[in-house]
Design a protein around this ligand. Structure first.
Ligand code: SER
Length: 581
């Protein structure tokens, strides 16, 4: 049985409900570009909101972490990875959680206890040392000398700068051929972390103040790639069966063995897999120069450059062959890969063709400059970016290989001069983390439902949500529509929304079976993304939508609604940006 299936069936047998993996692009959270952990979509429930599925949950979650982008090429890092997780939302706590993890690893996966070591939270001035976890581990058979107490930088987990948080206990495995040392040394990198059990009982605000949550939660995350490497007894994650087909294909296409060119192959394998998952996401990300689109572009272009280095015929359909390996491998678990297969292949192909046209010319610039100087100045870096499509990170990488430097500041200056407007891929977003919804964002959530309803009345019943994004400053809403909205239509929509706000209509929340919700006419964006039990928000007889919330309790709380912009988002899709004053 597959590791994902084993994990889910174990936790289901312990009373957990499986929840679907959330999309890689967070649906209502502009503070991060991608989901970085299984717990991210669960934040409202860790904070106390009842989850429609109950108090014990488990899943496998698609995650993308960009902090590791520069480490790709080694044996253990990936930009895309899967996280296996189980949660207790105010139900069981440390003892049960640790017992479940121990039993799954040693009984189900049959990993020897003698290869395991543990860290627990040493405590600080506010939180006591975690003796309960340590005792539990000992009772289960982990010797004292294999348990280490570590401080906040190691054994405390918080998503970003603020949010639900707490001390954690981490499970390590001795991933080396040599004999397992008796005493655990957490500094020794041959001990690799495989599972992290976070005991989320606190909330930390932006200022660093800690308060107790209304419930004690458990949030665990296990890296699927690492566990696979253990089970298959390899030291290199890329040598597991997950990568076998694409790896062999690369060997065949390039004529090199994996052992000869491990770094280039890992980069290509990783980047194409991540690109497949981004392009297949319901958010319909396309390569661009901002936000997620920029990451997708960088990944594809970097993969192309490495493919060229390996001597692949970069204008052949190598990327399609690789992508199909991944689609086949994962489609039974992530339906969007099957459904969006053609979209994925087209995105990759078009981006490849675009970059192939300029790659050679761009590389020639490096040759030319390197004959004269050791630095790519800002102007040239911008020229490479603007005319030859070299993401700045790629320019820096190529320069490094040629022992050259890049004037990054000079590039930024040029970039700002030329692209003042499109400078939205703000560096801050790459940090990860998620802040809870503020009062203002809550208002925007409800305003979005009213806008959807108003558009249906004005444009037609075919209108529905194709994308939504909310910040403190505005809402953004994408919907199908074949024409630019007229001034009259915009005014009509605005007036309708404001009329409903003035009518002070209560917003009602109901939990029900997904089937019943759909039968009752509630609408939603991606039906298959919802669990069987869902929350429905109803605003009088105006709107009824499946939604995770949060929402105001009465429309009068929203304020005055105003459309700021109506523009094209892509073919046949319009985008509205609106504010509330
Ligand atoms: N949130 C923790 C992590 O990402 C456990 O799921 O490691």
């Amino acid at each position: 049985m597959n590791l994902k299936d084993l994990f889910i069936s174990y936790f289901v047998s312990k009373g957990h409900k499986q929840i679907p993996s959330a999309p890689v692009v967070p649906e209502n959270d502009p503070s991060v570009l991608f989901n970085t952990a299984g717990m991210q979509p669960l934040i409202p429930y860790l904070m106390g909101e009842p989850h429609p599925y109950g108090k014990r949950l488990c899943d496998y979650q698609k995650c993308i972490r960009l902090t590791d982008l520069d480490s790709i090429g080694d044996k253990t890092h990936h930009t895309f990875f899967e996280m296996l997780g189980n949660w207790s939302l105010g139900d069981y706590f440390k003892k049960e959680s640790i017992t479940y993890s121990f039993e799954f690893l040693t009984k189900v996966l049959k990993i020897p206890v003698t290869s395991l070591a543990i860290t627990v939270y040493e405590g600080d001035d506010k939180i006591p040392r975690d003796e309960i976890s340590a005792q539990t581990w000992e009772q289960l058979g982990i010797p004292k000398e294999r348990i280490a107490y570590l401080g906040r930088e190691h054994n405390f987990w918080i998503p970003g700068d603020s949010g639900p948080c707490g001390g954690d206990t981490e499970i390590f495995y001795w991933r080396d051929q040599s004999e397992v040392p008796k005493v655990f040394d957490p500094e020794d990198e041959r001990w690799v972390e495989i599972w992290n059990n976070v005991f989320m009982e606190f909330y930390q605000d932006e200022k660093g103040n800690i308060s107790e949550l209304s419930q004690k939660n458990v949030d665990t995350g296990m890296g699927l790639e690492r566990v696979m490497a253990i089970l298959e007894n390899v030291e290199d994650n890329y040598l597991t069966s997950i990568w076998e087909k694409p790896r062999k294909l690369l060997e065949e296409l390039s004529g090199f063995s994996y052992e000869e060119e491990p770094i280039a192959m890992r980069i290509i394998l990783d980047h194409i897999r991540t690109s497949v998952f981004i392009a297949a996401d319901p958010a319909h990300i396309k390569p661009s120069n901002t936000d997620q689109g920029y990451i997708l572009r960088r990944l594809i272009r970097r993969a192309i450059r490495y493919a060229r280095k390996l001597g692949l015929d970069i204008s052949s359909n190598w990327e399609e062959q690789l992508a199909l390996c991944y689609i086949n491998e994962y489609q039974d678990y992530y339906k969007e890969l099957k459904e969006n297969k053609e979209i994925v292949l087209t995105v990759l192909k078009q981006e490849k063709e675009k970059f192939n046209r300029t790659l050679e010319k761009g590389l020639k610039i490096f040759e030319k400059v390197s004959q004269k100087t050791k630095e790519i100045d800002g102007e040239t870096a911008f020229h490479l970016y603007d005319t030859f499509g070299f993401p700045i990170e790629l320019t820096i990488e190529v320069a490094q290989e040629k022992k050259m430097k890049v004037d990054e500041e000079g590039f930024q200056k040029k970039f700002l001069e030329h692209q003042e407007k499109s400078r939205t891929a703000s560096a801050g977003k790459f940090k990860g983390g998620l802040s809870g919804n503020t009062e203002k964002e809550t208002k925007y959530h409800t305003a979005t439902h009213l806008l959807n309803a108003a558009l249906k009345k004005v444009i037609g019943s075919s209108v529905h949500q194709l994308g939504s994004n909310i910040t403190e400053e505005r809402l953004r809403f994408d919907f199908p529509c074949d024409h630019k909205m007229t001034e009259e239509e915009k005014k009509e929509v605005e007036d309708l929304v404001n009329k409903w706000i003035e009518e002070a209509i209560p917003v009602e929340k109901e939990t029900m079976k997904k089937d019943d919700a759909i039968k009752s006419g509630a609408e939603c964006m991606f039906i298959e993304k919802y669990p069987d039990i869902v929350t429905v928000y109803k605003i009088g007889d105006i709107s009824k939508e499946l939604c995770g919330g949060p929402h105001v309790t009465n429309t009068k709380e929203i304020g005055h609604f105003k459309i700021k912009k109506e523009e094209s988002s892509s073919a046949g899709v319009r985008r509205i940006k609106a504010i509330i004053e």
